[in-house]
Ligand binder design. Structure first.
Ligand SMILES: *Cc1c(COP(=O)(O)O)cnc(C)c1O
Length: 375
């Protein structure tokens, strides 16, 4: 009997998760949110973003994020178009004054450092790197005015605790995949920025930044002293956000799903509840891998293992790509590892929208597929 090809493997229906989306962005949008959008009929999509119908959604978002993150007085929720990648350019121009220090421990943290290095107005950034599967520690005292941290390195599944290395430099945090699924203390950051296609179970294309008074002061001062392209102007975005709008036209569906997910979290207990959901999923996934004969958590230190993005190495006897292909053929999608990492690995999104019971079901499906591939 020839070894089955991945696409020939049929996972028994009673093993399958209720929802097969385990990607790390765009990630699972709750079916109830999609139904909610459809139910708006002709009253929302296709209407002006300068009118109360859409502006009330933006207001709910801004107020809801303030509540979810317990933002201290004076912090502001600012949003604009372009996703996190665009916010990197905004941060380069209006949050870094002269030199930044970057903790680089994967693809995304590296990309921001690269963007900063190319900015003529700035000195070469200080890079503190560590081996993949770990995170470096900030190094205070290196004459920098901003620390660029990453709450969750989505490419490797490593998370870090957000804290101030010193009390002089701004703490600027890429929280794209961590925000809404990992606990954070807002007094420990000046800019906590993200996009809603990960923990907020929405679509891409939007950036959001939670900004401290110090970050706002610096943005205003730097705009007065260097040229900033109008589309990247954080102060203009602040003015628009205070008026519950964006500078140019946003994707209304993205705003809707984002606000829906936020209300869903707040009604159930806020960030602590949402992080608790991801904790349950992570305990299931890593617990399974630790007990497995062929699967192992990639991240060695348990407290650095991400609660929202799980990376699981497989022994060379089990081809991870074939496993992911077989899962995909059965409706379980986006479990492939981050391409450039080049490991025999599965990567599992465990954002709050994902049911912990579905993560449990997924582990049984992986075991089933691995056994079939070995047969
Ligand atoms: C997804 C992701 C990004 C990129 O977000 P875009 O909105 O696609 O630009 C950046 N950083 C991290 C940590 C991410 O997970």
């Amino acid at each position: 009997v020839p070894t089955p090809t991945p696409a020939d493997i049929h996972i028994p229906a009673d093993l399958l998760p209720a929802d097969g989306r385990f990607g790390c962005g765009p990630s699972k949008v709750r079916p109830e949110a999609l139904a909610g959008l459809a139910a708006t009929g002709a009253s929302y999509l296709g209407t002006s973003h300068r009118q109360p119908g859409v502006k009330s959604v933006v207001r709910r978002l801004r107020e809801g994020l303030g509540e979810l993150f317990h933002l201290p007085d004076g912090y502001e929720v600012v949003l604009g178009n372009g996703g996190t990648t665009v916010f990197w350019d905004i941060a380069s121009l209006q949050l870094i004054e002269r030199r930044s220090q970057h903790l680089v421990f994967g693809e995304f943290s590296g990309k921001f450092a690269d963007a900063v290095r190319a900015v003529p107005a700035l000195a070469d950034p200080v890079i503190v790197a560590s081996e993949t599967g770990t995170h470096p520690e900030p190094q205070p005292g290196t004459d920098v005015d901003a620390y660029a941290l990453t709450h969750n390195e989505t490419s490797t599944g490593v998370m870090m605790t957000i804290g101030r290395p010193d009390d002089r430099a701004l703490v600027v945090v890429d929280a794209t995949s961590g925000a809404g699924g990992l606990r954070v203390d807002a007094t420990q950051f000046d800019a906590y920025y993200f996009a809603p296609q990960k923990c907020f179970a929405s679509d891409g294309g939007l950036w959001v930044a939670l900004l401290s008074p110090d970050a706002l002061d610096r943005a205003i001062r730097l705009r007065g002293s260097r040229w900033v392209p109008p589309s990247l102007d954080l102060v203009a975005a602040l003015d628009n956000s205070r008026n519950d709008q964006t500078g140019n036209t946003p994707a209304l569906a993205t705003l809707f799903f984002f606000a829906d997910q936020l209300v869903w979290m707040l009604e159930r207990g806020g960030l602590e509840w949402a992080a608790g959901r991801s904790d349950r999923s992570a305990d299931i996934l890593y617990g399974w891998a630790e007990a497995s004969a062929y699967a192992h958590p990639f991240v060695a230190k348990p407290d650095e293992r991400s609660r929202v993005v799980g990376t699981i190495d497989l022994d060379s006897s089990v081809d991870a790509l074939a496993v992911a292909q077989a899962l995909r053929a059965n409706g379980i999608v986006d479990t492939e590892s981050y391409r450039k990492l080049g490991r025999n690995q599965l990567r599992i999104g465990m954002f709050p929208a994902v049911e912990p019971a579905d993560v449990e079901a997924l582990t049984h499906c992986i075991d089933y597929v691995a056994a079939e591939l070995a047969a």
